[in-house]
Design a protein around this ligand. Structure first.
Ligand code: ADP
Ligand code: MG
Length: 255
């Protein structure tokens, strides 16, 4: 297998996110089963698998929106803090973008991107506004800064949500089906922003059904089923020659 210089430099970097033997239950449901995963700085990991396989839960454990029952998670060498100021800091290091944007409806676009910087990162307001305007320009919605989220299209709102997460200067960005709630004509404008972020070197975990994005932007595809990582490979190898029956079955339904 030939490796690009980008992949060589990624494999040489220290792991940024490490999950070791992570287990989680919801009552009787064993939703994450002995998950071992290392994500290196600058790596783009696409997580796919059937509905209910645990993809969202896995993402949510990485920024501690969900607790785990056993195992260990570290971000940049530090274990996930349980609570308090340490947890607030961790949340700034792990940005998350959800399916439904989750913007503050009663705040302007600009304020959505300013708030966290001022409240959590303690950045002074004038600096926070400058950063916010730069980020809104970068994701192509600079002209919408003074509007309210409901005045924007879904694609624009999701790009604001990405700018808001980036404003916290995260070390890793988690995307949980960021284009699933969008009208089809808006999917690409959001994927394009994500492709650019990936090209700029952001470490990313992306749950998506957009296999074109997985093929073009991912360094690695993880296939999950029933709370386990069943298979992982480069996108080329995974899509052309999936090994497990579960992955073959899944791909035959979506491709
Ligand atoms: P995916 O994102 O792959 O569709 P999820 O991580 O959302 O899967 O869910 C995995 C399983 O855990 C599903 O069976 C789901 O119903 C269940 N589940 C998710 N969240 C909860 C919760 N808060 N309480 C109980 N069960 C949950
Ligand atoms: Mg999900």
């Amino acid at each position: 297998m030939t490796e690009s210089p980008v992949e060589d430099s990624i494999s040489a970097a220290a792991p940024l996110v490490v999950l070791s033997k992570v287990n989680k239950h919801y009552g009787a449901l064993h939703v994450l089963q002995d998950i071992d995963l290392e994500i290196r700085q600058g790596e783009v990991v696409v997580l796919i698998g059937p509905s209910g396989s645990g993809k969202s839960t896995l993402c949510r454990t990485i920024n501690r929106l969900e607790t785990i029952d056993s195992g260990r998670i570290t971000i940049d060498g530090h274990p996930l803090p349980a609570e308090g100021r340490e947890l607030a800091r961790l949340r700034t290091e792990v940005g998350m973008v959800f399916q439904n944007f989750n913007l503050f409806a009663h705040k302007t676009v600009l304020e959505n991107v300013v708030m966290g910087q001022v409240k959590v990162r303690k950045v002074i307001r004038s600096h926070a506004e400058k950063t916010a305007r730069e980020l809104l320009d970068r994701v192509g919605v600079g002209a919408q800064a003074d509007k309210y989220p409901a005045q924007l299209s879904g694609g624009q709102q999701q790009r604001v949500a990405i700018a808001r997460a980036l404003a916290m200067k995260p070390k890793v960005m988690l995307f949980d089906e960021p284009t699933s709630a969008l009208d089809p004509e808006m999917v690409n404008e959001v994927l394009e922003v994500m492709r650019q972020l990936a090209a700029d070197g952001m470490t990313m975990v992306v749950v998506t059904h957009e296999m074109g994005f997985a093929r073009s932007a991912a360094n690695r595809v993880l296939f999950m089923a029933d709370g386990r990582i069943v298979e992982q490979n480069t996108p080329d190898a995974f899509f052309t020659a999936p090994r497990s029956d579960r992955a073959k079955d899944f791909l035959s339904k979506i491709l």
